[in-house]
Design a protein around this ligand. Structure first.
Ligand SMILES: [Zn+2]
Length: 165
């Protein structure tokens, strides 16, 4: 039970501290407004006993996930493909076609080495990183693509040893 309106109540005044107040307003059993007997000021009722309702819970330990250490930006210090030094450095042009191992001179990225080439696309290693550049699709439709075929050991032309004794 709490004090009735007009009754004295111990409350916390922001100016005077924990002193006697007069209940001014209540909502149900809840004292909501009081008048300080010391300074005469009206203010919200604050229980001197630390009403938990007024108290702000110290912010919960928000279990913030530890900031994920971002994986260092991948640095490719070396091209995956050795530059073919027997071939001349070629200026990069989207209209041209490049082969793996070829050195490419790009107007903005500088010199790079072609690491992968496929019709219409070429991956070039530059000092600043890898770039996928456009290259000519020429050859992809004509079927004249001279891509080295993977080794095929399965076809040994009937070389199976037969007739074991
Ligand atoms: Zn007061």
């Amino acid at each position: 039970m709490s004090a009735a309106v007009g009754a004295d109540v111990e409350a916390l005044c922001s100016k005077c501290g924990d002193v006697w107040h007069v209940v001014v307003a209540k909502v149900g059993e809840q004292i909501v407004k009081v008048q300080c007997k010391q300074c005469g000021g009206y203010h919200r009722y604050k229980s001197p006993h630390g009403a938990p309702k007024e108290k702000r819970q110290p912010s919960m330990f928000a279990p913030k996930p530890p900031r994920e250490a971002k994986a260092p930006v991948e640095r490719f210090e070396k091209p995956a493909v050795a530059a073919d030094l027997t071939k001349p450095v070629r200026s990069y042009r989207a209209s041209e076609k490049f082969e793996v191992g070829e050195r490419v001179e790009h107007p903005s990225f500088g010199q790079g080495v072609v690491e992968a080439a496929e019709p219409g696309k070429v991956t070039v290693f530059f000092a600043s990183g890898r770039r996928v550049l456009v290259q000519s699709k020429e050859g992809s439709s004509g079927g004249g693509l001279s891509r080295p075929k993977p080794f095929d050991h399965s076809n040994t032309a009937g070389g199976k040893p037969v007739g074991e004794s």
